[in-house]
Design a binder for this molecule. Sequence first.
Ligand code: NDP
Length: 415
Amino acid sequence: MQRYLFDFHKKTIQERMQILQLLYPQMNGSYNEGMDLKTADLMIENCIGKMSLPVGLGLNFLINSKEYIVPMSTEEPSIVAAASAAAKFIKEHGGFKASCTAPLMIGQIQILDIDCIEFNQSLQEKKLSLIKQANTLYCQRMVARGGGVTDLNFQSLSQTSGVVEIKVNVGEAMGANIVNTICEGLAGDLIKLFPCRIGLKILSNFCTERRVISEYKIPLDKLTYKNLSSQDISKGFIESYDFARQSVYRACTHNKGILNGMQAVGVATGQDTRAIEAAAHTWASRSGKYQPLNDYYIEDNYLIGRIELPMAVGTKGGALRTNPSYVSSAYILGHPSSSELAMIIASVGLACNFAAIRAMVSEGIQKGHMGLHAKNIAIAVGVPNEIVQEVVEYMKQRGNISQQTALDYLAAHHL
Ligand code: NDP
């Protein structure tokens, strides 16, 4: 496989698509056809069409000693290139080691007009029978496949109100709908058993029990990059990490860079990317101060990059079967389980952050980014597709990648 992917970015899109067809014979061009209009109309209200985004392949990912080719969909030009370059470097040093906790989601039922102490005592007495009832009535099929409600507890929020939190093992699903169904079912049971008023009954996207971890380690003396010594680079990593810990303005952008990669894989694989993002930001704020999602530290002469965060992704249910592109992405990834997919997504996020920090502590982010963004700039001022590359080369030679330079080229060539 590797020989087909060598210099993949230098090939034409037709050559890449031929390679893809060779590697994945059942693809049938599904990325380009996408879903049909009728399906789109069935998916959302007031549907008027479909939108498209480029899909690229994140290459060189080695996670738990397994090679992955990762479909990524995004409008931002440098993300796939950055992820692939960082993954290549990390692979040379053993790749990512990743793990995941059980797929436990949390549902919440808001309880009002109670004496919290009395409510909690009564709930604890009936807890086991409520769990059994929920598993029998609201999620039998999930129980049959080894999942279902595993726990139920009460937390007071004031003297007279609180929340019943339900833990549900959702198997391969993202789990929002199944958890909401259980919450609504159980709320009906609670009101019959306890004198109370029920407020909201809904899942929490802050799925703290469903966490993914990924990390890599690079020997300090192998960090040399672009005329900078290993020492300079490792120092830069630690200082930039400290900067993100100290300044929420920096932490926001630091985490955005991680989410660049995570969201691109989420979009390509049909995930609820809003849920991924909401959980990530809430996790980043858990200490009371918004912090970077990943850690950098030095241990035994290695630079270690590590991320741990809650993440709800699914490989069954949701909209996964409605868009053939999602089916193709699962095929390219080798039909991963939901836990495996979370590990891939976290690793891609970590790779993107590595690429960004390494660029910023060396040549700066703009050189690579603007080189790739130059094509967008040319297209934005109306450069015909067939001469975009020519205009990009001109802007690079002039050392000025801007709309004005692209327009100058068009004017000079009477285009
Ligand atoms: P579904 O409602 O599609 O539920 C997944 C279903 O897949 C399960 O209920 C189960 O059905 C079936 N299934 C088949 N095989 C498996 C397996 N091995 N493991 C688990 N389930 C399996 O999706 P989700 O409940 O995952 O909800 C995700 C969707 O909900 C997303 O589209 C999201 O956008 C949306 N959503 C998100 C919200 C949020 O706040 N994030 C809120 C509301 C909706 P069965 O048990 O019957 O066989």
